[in-house]
Ligand binder design. Sequence first.
Ligand SMILES: Cc1cc2nc3c(=O)[nH]c(=O)nc-3n(C[C@H](O)[C@H](O)[C@H](O)COP(=O)(O)OP(=O)(O)OC[C@H]3O[C@@H](n4cnc5c(N)ncnc54)[C@H](O)[C@@H]3O)c2cc1C
Length: 463
Amino acid sequence: MAMATRLPSHLPYLRAVVSGDCEILHDAQATSFRTYLARWSDIDLQTPGAIVLPRSEEDCVKIVQWATRLSIPFVPRSGGRSRWSTIGREGIILDLSHYAGVRVDAERQTATLIGGVRTKEVGRRLAESGLFTALGNGNSVGAIPYFLNGGNSITSALIGYGADQILSARIVTAAGELIEVSEENHPDLLFALRGAGQFFGLVTQLTIRAHPLSLLRKQQGLVWIGGFVFPLTRAAEVVTVAKQIADDPEHLTVGLAMIIKPPPNRIPSIIISVRYLGDEDPELVFKALHELEPVAKMGSDVPIQDAGDINDALGAEGGFKRLGQVGLRDFNTEGFMQSIRIWEKLVDECPDAINSSFNLMWSSRPVKPPAWDSAMAVHDIRFWQFNIIWHTDPQNREKVDAYNDECIAFVRGPDESQYIDFQNATRSGPIQYRYPGEARLAKLRELKEEWDPQGVFTGQLLD
Ligand SMILES: Cc1cc2nc3c(=O)[nH]c(=O)nc-3n(C[C@H](O)[C@H](O)[C@H](O)COP(=O)(O)OP(=O)(O)OC[C@H]3O[C@@H](n4cnc5c(N)ncnc54)[C@H](O)[C@@H]3O)c2cc1C
């Protein structure tokens, strides 16, 4: 509590060191404050002492220096699409909304992401130069955090994870120093940034690899997006066919078997939602699903940079939302059927959770591994339990989480040593790095001790 009273007296000093165009919002009732406070999820949303919005890298450095010198806790915010860019009255949010952009180098096939730029903007700008990179399904997700802490995408089997695209970075360290990180400078820190980056500093700029659009469908940068809807009562036969598609590496498919009540009718359904990156006729690739005679089906070719557009409703701000994503060793049919029963209890007992879905995600081919070792360590995982939790009644908070936990616990079984979390969705402590070995975790702990012993950038990886 002592901290809470300290912060206001230090804001004038911050005002004096940053540029005039750096906004400092501290009136929690003001509309602008509420606007920048809004997050994708209201779970555990706190109100900070101030929201600071720099417009330059120099101001980012000055804010970190000010905060660390005075021991004022802070948390960076890019897209606000996680549950972690929140802090109480004792601290500030360093909001990168006004310091954002992307520079594409078409010749080198790289892009430099600046501050709070969103993934949609990165995809759009790369496509203008005939390029694409690993980008996720949420247009409004902050691109830098997406890359730093994993970065799964529908193109992972072709080019690797988001973390595997990272070439270099400019970061402000916990000591308040702006440094360049690359293969030449601080390669150990590059190892950490590629998968655990949010725990090592404020990344002001990130340079990533891009790839020609001609690698994608019809050599035209396309992906075929389709959906097949069935009543949930047919789950057993539908999931058997989905498993065959998921286990067929001949065709590069990425898919979700979704347990969901879709609008407008809200009838409990199983939707097989697919992305196909190959050149063949999707009618043939998904023939077995067509033959099951779904109650509805849809599909079309979409430019890769627009592939996330259908998820815009999920990406919107507000409501109690969280993603539960854990790796699985195989297409766990038994787990899927059991998750139907848990999901039914969830939506029956918590009608406000009608938008929640329990999903099994697959890639028919493994993720392309990078040529280097890094903090990203789940390239051989092709299957994920991917639950989308979304509800509105605060009274049901605990109950909804309990059903999600029950589902996750069932699908991954009792052996904790085999647990595989996905950093971008779940932050469950160091356990996320247990797989595939203690050596990687030990190295990260050592690096954390060296670069951020006080836990300025979270206490993750500190004992
Ligand atoms: C609709 C939706 C779709 C998604 N789809 C995918 C997907 O397809 N694949 C995937 O891998 N993930 C996906 N995610 C997860 C997403 O990548 C992560 O939650 C990501 O961390 C969100 O970043 P953000 O900038 O939007 O969030 P923020 O809350 O702003 O930031 C996330 C974390 O990074 C820290 N941070 C922010 N900026 C910086 C910085 N510059 N330097 C250091 N740390 C920083 C924050 O303090 C916080 O801890 C999705 C999320 C949503 C909501």
